[in-house]
Design a protein around this ligand. Sequence first.
Ligand code: SF4
Length: 381
Amino acid sequence: MESIVSTPTDEPFPYKSYFLEKKDEDSKLFAGILAHEMVPLEILRAAGLQVVPLIFVGPEEYSASGGAIMTHSTCSFARNIVGAFIHGDIGFYKDIKYLIRTNYCNGDFIGMEYLCKEFHLPCIELTAIPVKTQEYSIAFFRDQLVQFAQKLGNELGITIEESEISRQVALHNTMREALRKLQGIGIRGMELLQRYQEAAVLEPAETCERLDQLYFNNEEFLNRSKNLAKNESNILLTGDPLFVNDFFATWLEEFGASISYYDTWIGARMAEFTVDEQYPDVFHALARSYLLDQGLDRAVPGALEKKIAKVESIVASNNIKGIINHTLKFCDFLAIGRGRFKEKLGALVPVLDIERDYAQSGVGGIKTRIEAFIELVKGGS
Ligand code: SF4
């Protein structure tokens, strides 16, 4: 694992070898999860499971295959993930023994149901994540998390100790603290994105070790970082995340848009909260943090206004010169309010609103739009 965790920044992270090692050497059971940021991974890891986030996307054909089963108004991401299972060429997906299904969104609810049934995988459900953030919602979510841990324990034939969940909370908090430090050390674009993607996959201690080796304890980097990216315009990407293997992340770089801030759940949002380690009820502490500080896009009422206020604040405090609002087709949370978002934020900085799927056919049009956007951003710098 040492050589994997220390993979240099100019090489793709070897996810395949990573999962192979987890399976063969650590003998961990794999649990697949699409549920974005609302499932406390602390509970899954306290159960001894290897978390396999379904964040590895493939070509347009995957979405088409997924679309043969789910309707075409299911988001292109969920269709792509279902298609990846059907095509069967992401090897470590085949090692998944359990799937976690939630009501985070339509894509999760339907996509995971299909996968569980078709691939005969036990489905562990957390299907009543609240959409409000009142005290009674937190209490309700706390009870949901207790039941989720019990279901998980029953399925695995173990008791998940609260002390182990608390230990995982501390580890995840330490990782969040390390991720927060990524903003401001001068890395951006693909390099910054890859660190967030890896942190979504690696265990917390592995992420910390990796970031220490690459940056925080790396003399050579620390010397070099003084001169990094001083002259580039700061661009924020918000909306749907860029998943592993998504060609669009490379396009952005190639067309001149080097992202300095990822306001996405694979991005800075992963580090925006700390679970209260002192609170006597660990389930309540988890419920409070996840409900109040994550899942902003699905909260009602007022999600859009909160998001606008949050991005306005990031723009001011990070010297952001332009915003890319990235929406995957049929992702309802993010499609709603795009116009209002552009109107409000556009009064501050140029906003490029992009809605897309995993088709590569529109490259010419996207290139032109990104280049025009960069001109505007540079003109305003
Ligand atoms: S892209 Fe949107 S609709 Fe699709 S799984 Fe993610 S949040 Fe859900």
